[in-house]
Design a protein around this ligand. Structure first.
Ligand code: OGA
Ligand code: MN
Length: 277
């Protein structure tokens, strides 16, 4: 079966008829890199890629991050579920953060270049994933607003993201979030090639150069701006789908599903190659 490529709206590309073992070839990985650069999100429908091939393919794309908890034969694979029976119980709580718009690794010096997520089990009722292009969102800003944002920097923290997801957390839990180092990044991320995007999302707590209230209001307004329907792609999962996104230019979030859902994803990530500047 030959693969078919269908560009999506407002961005993204869907590929049907590909197979996991076919993907683990340098030419296929190069093609994927090109698609990722051009479309931002690459969706291989019902690929049913196994863990060995997922890790091999990730390695062909770049340098995989080693997951925080080794729950799989491959230390590169993370378990994405809310069910504490299927993953580390603390992590299961942290994953509630995925319901809020975020960029993976926004609290580290060099955010991950890309994330690969494959559905082992899907939720029968919910659990879609939405993507919002922060390249498109920046581009569409009025010129005077772009000028106003130039030079502003933002504190990104795990605590800010978790406070949204887990508002009823105990003092102990809050103290654990606070132990994760925060990071200051420019609000506008300018790439070596000149492309610019907004670095916002759940981890963004305050703007360094502005009074706290004003900074919060600005960040909320920019997040609302960036996640307007015209910048958003919604993915309805089928079992076996593999979705890869350019994490540097893509906010994403999971749509609601129950903590007891059978929804189960395997994830790998690529170490970032370009620091936020
Ligand atoms: C992630 C993530 C969203 C989802 O794995 O980084 O944000 O829909 N997942 O599971
Ligand atoms: Mn994520």
């Amino acid at each position: 079966m030959t693969a078919a490529f269908t560009p999506l709206n407002p961005f993204g590309i869907e590929i049907t008829g590909a197979s996991g073992d076919h993907l683990v070839r340098p030419e296929a990985a190069d093609r994927c890199q090109e698609l990722l650069a051009e479309h931002g999100v690459v969706i291989y429908r019902e690929l049913n890629i196994g863990d060995d091939d997922l890790v091999a393919f990730t390695r062909l794309l770049g340098e995989p991050e080693v997951a925080r908890t080794s729950e799989h034969r491959h230390p590169e694979i993370d378990t994405i579920t809310l069910d504490p029976a299927k993953t580390n119980a603390t992590l299961a709580v942290y994953r509630r953060g995925n319901f809020h718009w975020h960029i993976d690794g926004a609290t580290i010096e060099v955010p991950q270049k890309a994330t690969l997520l494959t559905a082992r089990e899907v939720d029968p009722a919910g659990g879609d994933t939405e993507f919002a292009s922060t390249f498109l969102a920046y581009q569409a800003l009025p010129e005077e607003e772009k000028a106003r944002l130039e030079g502003l920097t933002v504190v990104h923290s795990f605590a800010a993201a978790q406070a949204r997801a887990n508002p009823d957390a105990s003092e102990e839990e809050r103290a654990a979030w606070e132990r994760v180092p925060s990071r200051v990044h420019p609000l506008v991320w300018t790439r070596r090639n000149g492309r610019k995007s907004l670095l916002v999302g759940a981890t963004a707590g305050q703007v360094v150069e502005l009074p706290e209230d004003e900074g919060r209001t600005l960040l909320e307004r920019l997040l609302e701006w960036a996640t307007q329907p015209r910048f958003v792609l919604r993915h309805r999962w089928r079992r076996g789908d593999l979705v890869i996104w350019d994490n540097t230019g893509m906010l994403h979030r999971a749509m609601p599903f129950e903590p007891t859902s059978r929804r189960l994803m395997h994830r790998t990530t690529l170490i970032g190659e370009e620091a936020v500047a």
